[in-house]
Design a protein around this ligand. Structure first.
Ligand code: KG4
Ligand code: ZN
Length: 341
């Protein structure tokens, strides 16, 4: 008798995106994300507004994902959800929904670490069967609004952080500089957009002095602030007149800082495969500079744009591998806002 397929429903609600995805035997069937525009006016995510928007979005988003996948609730084998790290109120919405779904359908509940999820997108098989997956061990640079880590991955769930930021995350650096440039939140994609039109060598900013494979971005933020204040004293329109060059120069500095440690880590750990994950992996300069490493015989893995920023496909694929291991959670599980890899 043929075994029925392993269909996993994934739920993501750790920050300001409400997302649901369906994965069948590792293959993506649906990946639906509802963004929350409500935060734009505040220059950052407002936790209370985020949880309320999740409450409004969660049912329609799950419904849309099941419809798009062409399956009924009864065909779902297990429900996976983000249990941390993230905003507690936001996490509670996704975890409560997943618990109720698991209870109502009497199917296993699987908790997922959001950061592991970002990394495991590299193991999603596309609908046409195409997949380009790394082999173990490999290095992953996870760069998002809350994290900047170099992770050595020896197995799906054997992940070792070998370097990380000691202050701001790379995404935070993009967003904070964008705010200084009067760009709306989240500013990362806009800095990327304007940088494409600018000269990355016009302005230079100093690199941080940090030990080993760690990163630091708070000094860059301060030096951009002082630089802008100084220039605006003589030209109040300095930002408007030089926006493209400022964006290109700041972006180049952030990517330079990331790449120095990526190279160091690949050499130290004797690895020849590098993957990126997390929201900042959508950055065009970072993608291009990583791809250039192929000329030095490194194998480079870059996720599709829809898997870079927060999504539920990453939660569903991680849930799938946990399902295969039989790693399930109880109804008593509670979100952990500061969960580590
Ligand atoms: O992974 P993610 O969606 O959420 C977190 O878990 O933090 O990452 C969001 C971050 C934001 O800081 C956003 O500005 C940044 O990713 N980001 C980018 C780009 N697209 C998203 N940063 C630079 N260039 C981009 N194209
Ligand atoms: Zn994320």
């Amino acid at each position: 008798m043929q075994q029925s397929p392993t269909i996993i429903l994934g739920i993501e609600s750790s920050c300001d995106d409400t997302a649901a995805a369906v994965i069948c035997d590792g293959k993506i069937l649906a990946n639906v994300v509802a963004n929350q525009d409500v935060h734009k006016a505040y220059g950052g995510v407002v936790p209370e507004l985020a949880s309320r928007a999740h409450q409004q979005n969660i049912v329609p988003v799950v419904d849309a994902a099941l419809k798009k996948a062409g399956i009924s609730k009864k065909e779902v084998r297990a429900v996976a959800f983000t249990n941390g790290p993230g905003l507690l109120g936001s996490l509670l919405v996704g975890s409560s929904f997943a618990k109720a779904f698991s209870l109502a359908l009497n199917i296993p509940l699987i908790e997922v670490n959001h950061m592991q999820g970002h990394i495991l997108v590299h193991f999603i098989t596309e609908q046409d069967g195409i997949s380009h997956k790394p082999t173990f061990p490999f290095l992953c640079l996870t760069v998002s609004g809350g994290h900047t880590q170099l992770v050595k991955i020896s197995d799906y769930f054997k992940m070792e952080v070998i370097g990380e930021t000691i202050d701001d995350a790379a995404g935070e650096a993009f967003d904070k500089v964008a705010k200084m440039l009067k760009l709306p939140y989240p500013g990362g994609p806009l800095v990327d957009k304007y940088a494409k039109l600018g000269n990355p060598n016009r302005f230079s900013f100093t690199h941080p002095k940090v030990d080993g494979l760690n990163f630091s971005f708070s000094g860059l933020k301060t030096s951009v602030l002082y630089f802008l204040q100084k220039e605006q004293k003589t030209n109040p329109n300095f930002i408007e007149e030089n926006l493209n060059d400022i964006c290109a120069s700041v972006q180049k500095t952030i990517v330079d800082i990331l790449l120095i440690n990526v190279r160091k880590a690949l050499k130290n750990e004797n690895l020849n495969q590098i993957a990126i994950a997390g929201g900042v992996s959508a950055n065009s300069e970072l993608r291009n500079r990583l791809l250039a490493l192929q000329e030095e015989n490194y194998e480079v893995f870059i996720p599709k744009f829809e898997y870079c920023t927060d999504n539920a496909a990453m939660i569903a694929i991680t849930g799938y591998y946990k399902y295969l291991k039989g790693e399930f959670s109880s109804q008593e599980v509670t979100p952990n806002a500061r969960m580590k890899i």
